[in-house]
Every structure is written in C-alpha cells, then in structure tokens.
Design a protein around this ligand. Structure first.
Ligand SMILES: NC(=O)C1=CN([C@@H]2O[C@H](COP(=O)(O)OP(=O)(O)OC[C@H]3O[C@@H](n4cnc5c(N)ncnc54)[C@H](O)[C@@H]3O)[C@@H](O)[C@H]2O)C=CC1
Ligand SMILES: O=C(O)[C@@H]1CCC=N1
Length: 267
C-alpha cells in the first residue's frame, strides 16, 4: 500500500529513512514545499516527490509531518482528494485528531503521534493515539510505520500534551545536560574535545545501563554515590540549585505550551 509523507524536514526525513528500511521506495510518495529539499531527498533516497494533492490521491496512508501551523492549510489543500478508508497520521505537536478530522471528509481515520528526534538513528520514542474513526487496524498500521524509527507506545489522546513534554521535547533536555557537563569539564581544565568525548560516552553508557538493567534510576544513582565521596558532593549542589524542582516546572511549561498550540495559539 502506498504511503504519502507530506513535509520532509527533520522529522519527515527520519520517518522516511526508517520506512525505507522495510519497504521499497516505490511504496512511498513525498510532498515537500521546498524544491531544493525535494531534489535532495530524491537523490538521497530515490523517492518520488509529487504535489500534495496527487500524493493523497495515490496513497492509502498519509503522514502529516509539517509544522503545527502548516497543518490546517495543508489539509485544506488536500481534503478534496481524501476519502473514507484512508488513514491520516499526524505527527504535529499540539494538533488534535478532532482538528484533523474536522478538515477532512467524514469517516477518514486519523491517528495522532508524538515522536522524537532520536528517530534519526532508529532510537526514537513515539506515542500514538486514535481519533474517532480509528480502530485497532489503523493503530497497528501507524505502529508499524513508526516502529521503523524506534519504540512505539499507545496512550489516550488526553495524555499527548504530557507525552510531548516528556519524550517529544525530552531529547533537548538531555542535550542541555550534555552541554552543561561539557562546559563544566572545560572549566576544570579539560580540553573541549576530551570533555566532549567523556560526556557523550557517559550519557550513552548511562542510558544503555538504565534501559538494559531494568533497574530504577534511583538504585543506579545510589551505586555511583559513595558515602562522603565526590558524587555526593556534586548531587548536594544540584539539590541546592533546585534542579529537580526546575525539571518539574520545565515539564509543566512544555505541557502548557502543547495545550496552547492545541487551542490555536500562534507559534
Ligand atoms: N523536531 C522535533 O523534535 C519534533 C517535531 N515534531 C513535529 O514534527 C513536525 C515537523 O517538525 P520538523 O520536522 O522539526 O520541522 P521542519 O521544519 O524540519 O520540517 C517541516 C517540513 O515541511 C515542509 N512543508 C511546510 N509546508 C508544507 C506543505 N504545505 N507541503 C509540503 N511540505 C511542507 C517544509 O518545507 C519542511 O521541510 C512538527 O509538526 C513538529 O511539531 C514532533 C516531535 C518532535
Ligand atoms: O518544540 C516543539 O514544539 C516540538 C514538539 C516536541 C519537540 N519539538
């Protein structure tokens, strides 16, 4: 079955590359506004780039991977080609299934997804939610497409703003911690190259240990923290700085911003 991917930027390319690992390029149609980007993708992946309306006409499943404020105009552009039996999968932050359904003919199935950028290296985390006309078959189709970029879980749509705050924006928090630790190493006299190598492998190793051991992070942190030692000294400083409370407030801010996008506030 043909899949149309509309909007091939950062997230669109991650999805495109993942899908092509399991399906031939002839199964995929791409709609992309920027001609130079379209040419780049054709050269890199051998995919056919066509107009959005043509892509929707020829596809069974349509992936919407444009920025949230571009979703409405894009749906208006392609709605005449949409038909019941098709599946529309939206990856746009804060765009509800009700919004997408309201712009398409009655009976078109809609699934909402919140992905994240580690999808670029096959280590993504995506949460999916069904709209009014989506059943298990449509959820399984969306799951299969997303699984090519990492893990997939199902959540009620009411939790998507929280998911966006945790795993959608989450990689940015981790990169922020990485930047801060590298800067810390440089302050202690390490070269930037050495500090970067130490931090990147420490984060990758810690993430692998957390996932593969199945242990709670508290247990893993306690194993690093010798009584009266260096880690205890550092953690005390983080507690004094209220870093944990800041994380709670930061995730609330991201959740609230996702809610605001849902109610149509401008970007
Ligand atoms: N970047 C991230 O970490 C995440 C992004 N998302 C969502 O994914 C969506 C895409 O985000 P990015 O890939 O980061 O944005 P991006 O700006 O890199 O890509 C959007 C692409 O859509 C194209 N486009 C815009 N209007 C179009 C139209 N009418 N027809 C065809 N192509 C069109 C643009 O030229 C661009 O290549 C957004 O809705 C965002 O909320 C969700 C989770 C994480
Ligand atoms: O910052 C954003 O709005 C998007 C959604 C989650 C990650 N990036």
């Amino acid at each position: 079955m043909t899949v149309a991917l509309l909007g091939a930027g950062v997230m669109g390319e991650a999805l495109l590359a993942g899908i092509l690992q399991g399906r031939p390029a002839s199964d995929l149609l791409v709609g992309e506004k920027r001609p130079e980007r379209a040419a780049e993708l054709t050269e890199r992946y051998g995919v056919e780039v066509v107009g959005n309306a043509e892509a929707v006409r020829r596809a069974g499943t349509v992936l919407l991977v444009v920025k949230p404020h571009d979703v409405g105009p894009l749906l208006d552009e392609v709605a005449a080609e949409a038909r019941p039996g098709q599946l529309f999968v939206s990856l746009a932050a804060g765009i509800t299934t009700a919004f997408v359904e309201s712009r398409l003919p009655a009976g078109v199935a809609v699934v909402r997804v919140m992905p994240n950028t580690p999808a670029l290296v096959g280590e993504g985390m995506a949460a999916i939610s069904p709209g009014t006309h989506s059943g298990d078959e449509q959820l399984r189709e969306a799951e299969e497409l997303l699984r090519s970029t990492g893990r997939v879980t199902r959540v009620p749509e009411s939790q998507q703003d929280a998911v966006t705050a945790v795993s959608g924006s989450g990689p940015a928090y981790v990169f922020y911690v990485a930047e801060s630790m590298i800067e810390g190493g440089v302050h202690l006299g390490l070269t930037r190259a050495t500090a970067t190598e130490l931090v990147v492998q420490t984060l990758a190793g810690s993430a692998a240990l957390l996932r593969d051991s199945g242990e709670h992070p508290t247990v893993l942190r306690e194993r690093v923290t010798s009584p009266g030692g260096t880690t205890a000294a550092a953690l005390r400083q983080l507690e004094d700085g209220k870093v944990r409370a800041d994380f709670l407030a930061a995730l609330e801010a991201a959740r609230d911003r996702s809610r605001a996008l849902s109610s149509g506030e401008p970007a």
